[in-house]
Design a binder for this molecule. Structure first.
Ligand code: HPA
Length: 250
C-alpha cells in the first residue's frame, strides 16, 4: 500500500459527502467486541489510507453507543500509530463560524457511562498523562493542510464533548462557554483518551456545521444550518485530508 501505513482516519458524520473510494475491507474482531464497521481502505489522493466510520457505514450507531475501545483496538492491531479524528461540531466561540474548520488543542468531558479505558480488567489501573490530549505535530500538519486547501481554519480551541444523541440546551451551551469551550461535539472522548492509552498519536480536524444551541441566528434553524454546511464542508475536508496524507507520507 502506498502512503502512510501507520495512519488512519476515524470519520464521523458526513462520511458520504467525503466521497471516499473504498478499495478494500477488512472485517475484524477485538477482545472488546466488533468495531463500528470493517476497516476500510480508501484512496485519498495518491494514497491508500485506513478509514473507520465511527457511526458505522450506514450511520446507525449513536455517539454514546459507539464501541470506542473496539475501534481503537482494531486500528492498533492493524499497525495504526497515528490517528486523525474527523468530527463535526457546533460552534460556540465567536471566531468559529459554520463552514470553518478547527484543530482543537483541548478537551472537556461532559459524557457519562462510556467505557473509557483498556485498563482495569486485570487489576492494573492506568493513569495516562492527558494534560495535552492531542499530538502537536499532527495538529500542525492538519492546520497546514487546511490552510493549503484554502479552508478557513481556527488552529486551537477547547472541544467540549457532550453525551448526545440529543443536541444541547441553550443553558448547557452557556455553561460550556463559561468553561472555555470553543466548540461542542459528541465523539472526541473517550476516543482521544483510548488512543493515548495505546500510545497512538491523535489529533482532530473538526468541521463546524452549526451555531451551538442558543446561538442560532433568528433566520436559521440548527438542522437547516447542519444541512447547509455538512456536505459542502466535507467536500472541503476531503481536499484537506488529501494534502494531509500527502504530507504525512514523507
Ligand atoms: N452539539 C453537539 N454535537 C454537534 C453539534 C452540536 O451543536 N453540531 C455537530 N455536532
Amino acid at each position: 500500500m502506498t502512503g502512510a501505513r501507520d495512519l488512519a482516519l476515524v470519520i464521523g458524520s458526513g462520511l458520504e459527502a467525503l466521497g471516499l473510494e473504498i478499495v478494500a475491507r477488512s472485517s475484524t474482531h477485538t477482545p472488546y467486541g466488533p468495531p463500528s464497521s470493517a476497516l476500510l481502505t480508501a484512496k485519498i489522493g495518491a494514497s491508500r489510507v485506513l478509514c473507520l466510520p465511527r457511526h458505522g457505514e450506514a450511520h446507525t450507531i449513536a455517539p454514546h453507543e459507539i464501541n470506542y475501545r473496539a475501534n481503537l483496538w482494531a486500528l492498533w492491531q492493524h499497525g495504526v500509530r497515528r490517528c486523525i479524528g474527523v468530527n463535526v461540531v457546533g460552534a460556540i466561540a465567536a471566531d468559529l463560524a459554520p463552514g470553518d474548520l478547527a484543530v482543537p488543542d483541548q478537551l472537556i468531558d461532559y459524557t457519562w457511562g462510556r467505557p473509557g479505558t483498556f485498563g482495569g480488567a486485570d487489576g492494573r489501573v492506568v493513569h495516562v498523562d492527558f494534560a495535552e490530549p492531542f499530538d502537536a505535530e499532527l495538529r500542525r500538519a492538519l492546520a497546514a493542510a487546511a490552510r493549503a486547501a484554502g479552508a478557513r481554519v481556527v488552529e486551537d480551541g477547547t472541544y467540549g464533548v457532550t453525551q448526545g444523541p440529543r443536541l444541547e440546551t441553550a443553558a448547557e451551551i452557556d455553561r460550556l462557554e463559561r468553561d472555555g469551550c470553543a466548540m461542542v461535539g459528541m465523539t472526541a472522548l473517550p476516543e482521544a483518551a483510548l488512543a493515548r492509552e495505546l500510545g497512538m498519536r491523535y489529533a482532530i480536524c473538526a468541521l463546524a456545521v452549526n451555531h451551538a444551541a442558543g446561538r442560532i441566528p433568528a433566520s436559521a434553524t440548527i438542522h437547516g444550518e447542519i444541512e447547509r454546511h455538512l456536505g459542502e464542508g466535507m467536500r472541503r475536508m476531503r481536499g484537506v485530508l488529501e494534502r494531509l496524507v500527502e504530507a504525512l507520507r514523507a
